[in-house]
Design a protein around this ligand. Structure first.
Ligand code: SAM
Length: 189
């Protein structure tokens, strides 16, 4: 079976991230990815999660606690400031990151990720990523403001040097209503 978008985003991270790595959940939301990442890196790994909304930080911390994970630090700040929250020894083990763009389902639809800060964060994360490390962007773009962010990210990603990065596009091209798709960026050896 062809994997759906969420399943495939997780599958890609499973192939790239190792136990003991540091990983970033750049848009925590309700914490589903944070829980997945905490399991993936194991008790010797570290998850750093970011969200600008207090409710998302609370929801993510609660979901992690309910699932018994203690290897995640959830921070209320923009992902573009990630560098100020992660110690150097943790950054050297950075194996992957995930972004779920758009708004938090069931919450204020005007609070959305924006191209400029998303690209700042991706650029910073790529510069610290280990060889073969992976950044996965799940791009929701059907909401107001979504298509601008999508265009900005596509333009940025197309210009990444192919000698340094593999950039993968994964999406369902016959689905209606602006379905989400994946961009995955892997740092080459
Ligand atoms: N991955 C989440 C989950 O499993 O529930 C869903 C994430 S939701 C699509 C996008 C989230 O990005 C929202 O919670 C929103 O508050 C957050 N967000 C928007 N701008 C942000 C920024 N600059 N830095 C970090 N988070 C941001």
């Amino acid at each position: 079976m062809i994997k759906g978008i969420i399943n495939y985003s997780h599958h890609l991270l499973e192939t790239a991230v190792e136990k003991g790595d540091t990983v970033i959940d750049a848009t925590c939301g309700n914490g589903h990815d944070a829980v997945f990442l905490s399991k993936l890196v194991g008790e010797n790994g570290q998850v750093f999660g970011f969200d600008i909304q207090e409710q998302a930080v609370i929801n993510t911390r609660n979901r992690l606690a309910m699932n018994g994970y203690t290897n995640a630090t959830i921070i209320q700040d923009s992902h573009s400031n990630f560098i100020h929250h992660i110690a150097v020894d943790q950054l050297t083990k950075l194996g992957g990151a995930i972004f779920n763009l758009g708004y938090l389902p069931g919450s204020d639809k005007s609070i959305i990720t924006k191209g400029e800060s998303t690209i700042l964060a991706v650029e910073g994360i790529l510069s610290h990523l280990k060889q073969n490390g992976l950044v996965v962007l799940v791009i929701y773009h059907g909401h107001e403001g979504g298509s601008e962010e999508k265009e900005q990210i596509m333009k940025y990603a197309r210009l990444l040097d192919q000698k340094l990065f593999h950039v993968l596009y994964y999406g369902f091209i016959n689905q209606k209503n602006d379905p989400p798709f994946i961009l995955a960026i892997q740092k080459r050896n």
